[in-house]
Design a protein around this ligand. Structure first.
Ligand code: GUN
Ligand code: ZN
Length: 431
């Protein structure tokens, strides 16, 4: 049986950084979804509804907005309870806050409770796809995959790999790492919405042998994804230059081990050299910007314009626990402000693209999720203003639908009423 969802629809038809008319907002819109969870049609309610059969279920969200499921392109599962700790910058924060917290996931019951809480919290905020640094403990990362599977979330995740520069229980070696990654990779291959992600932490916690293992794994399994950190903090960059004196720059450390390609997502890249941007573009890498994390750790201001000029695809992540929000939607005002500080003006279409279609495209899942294109899965969330009189009145002062969307991005923070993945409502008792 088909279902039609009614509300104000907003989504991207294309990349608004290249196509200014790419944003479509449909007041009194309708989204028709088939029993397989795929979108059959999208458009004005007055056009779609008269042709529907009597058996079609109608779900009317009135004045609420229906937005494509959000994609959080970077966060750390074992840092769920490390959010909002006072810090003095990346490297000391890792030592003092992160490593102790990540060590706690050796306890299987704790790790599995955390996985359940994290997945429910992300879904409850409208995040239907997440790219996640898992735990160093394979059992804990398995419980993350299990939670995502239970609730139906799309997940890219892997065991966080490090073989030095941290407490002993968090460390692995290349042989063990290969076996663990191989087992979890095999598990993901049989699951529609789960993808294995190689996650060497960063150059400072990976030996050349461990990076080499990752490169070898990518050559062995061309469908695997890889995510790592780069150019986040000046102190970190100096330390990498010292640890890898033969590397031309930070990116070169990863390049020398064969880690670059279209399935590689580099996180932060706040202080890139021109040569690094050129090489990223040439090799097809993408970059994930984590605004609240960058501000909270005092890491710097992301040079978005330089990345766009080089044609590097960009997504946005919460970077929990350095980031302060569980919804990547709440990162959008930070994205906007960081660019304003650099004289760059982003519009609502560009902001929405970064956390929906743009991220789906760089992950290669745009045939499944990212917008309301017929044929894709109905992944969406419902932004409801019912209880917010101020916001309702504020929107009445906006001159266009796009202006309303921009205002919503800045003021609607806890307004997610329902979440759907593949046309099915994520049960509210879970959220
Ligand atoms: N660089 C290496 N590890 C981390 C981490 O856990 N968080 C952030 N923000 N940067 C990192
Ligand atoms: Zn991170």
């Amino acid at each position: 049986m088909n279902t039609v969802f009614l509300g104000t629809l907003a989504h991207l038809l294309d990349n608004p950084f290249q196509h200014p008319g790419a944003l479509e907002i449909i007041d009194r819109g309708a989204l028709l979804v088939g029993p397989d969870g795929r979108i059959i049609a999208v458009g004005a309610k007055d056009k779609i509804c008269p042709g529907l059969s009597a058996s079609t279920t109608i779900v009317d969200y009135g004045e609420a907005w229906l937005l494509p499921g959000l994609i959080d392109a970077h966060l750390h599962y074992p840092q769920y309870y490390a959010v909002a700790a006072a810090n003095r910058g990346l490297l000391s924060w890792l030592e003092q806050t992160v490593f102790p917290e990540e060590s706690a996931l050796a306890r299987v019951d704790y790790a599995s409770r955390l996985a359940d809480e994290l997945v429910r919290r992300l879904l409850g905020a409208g995040v239907t796809t997440a790219v996640v640094f898992g735990s160093q403990f394979a059992q804990a990362t398995k419980s993350l995959f299990a939670a995502a599977k239970q609730y139906g979330m799309r997940l890219f995740a892997g065991v966080t790999l490090m073989d030095h520069g941290g407490p002993e229980p968090l460390l692995t070696n290349p042989e063990t790492a290969w076996q663990v990654c191989e087992a979890l990779y095999g598990f993901c291959c049989n699951e529609n919405n789960l993808h294995y992600l190689l996650t060497p932490r960063f150059a400072l916690s990976c030996s050349p042998a461990l990076l080499e293992m990752c490169g070898e794994f990518m050559r062995h399994h061309p469908e695997v994804y890889l995510q790592t950190h780069i150019n986040e903090n000046r102190e970190e960059i100096d330390a990498v230059a010292k640890a890898f004196p033969e590397a031309e720059h930070y990116l070169d450390v990863y390049d020398q081990h064969g880690l670059l390609g279209p399935r590689t997502l580099l996180v932060h890249d706040i202080h890139p050299q021109g040569a690094e941007l050129r090489r990223m573009a040439e090799s097809g890498c993408s970059v994930c910007h984590c605004p609240s994390s960058n501000l909270f750790l005092g890491s710097g201001l992301f040079p978005l314009r330089r990345h766009i000029q080089h044609g590097i695809p960009i997504a946005v992540g919460t970077d929990i626990g350095a980031g302060l929000h569980f919804s990547v939607w709440n990162e959008l005002p930070e994205v906007y402000k960081i660019q304003r500080l650099q004289g760059v003006n982003l519009n609502a279409a560009q902001l929405l693209y970064l956390v929906t279609l743009g991220a789906a495209r760089l992950l290669g899942i745009e045939a499944e999720t990212g917008n309301f294109e017929p044929g894709t899965m109905a992944d969406f969330w419902v932004l409801d203003l019912e209880d917010d009189l101020y916001l309702k009145h504020r929107l009445a002062h906006c001159e266009s639908a796009e202006a309303r969307l921009f205002t919503l991005m800045h003021l609607a923070r806890h307004h997610c009423r329902a979440v759907y993945i593949q046309g099915k409502r994520c049960k509210s008792r879970h959220l």
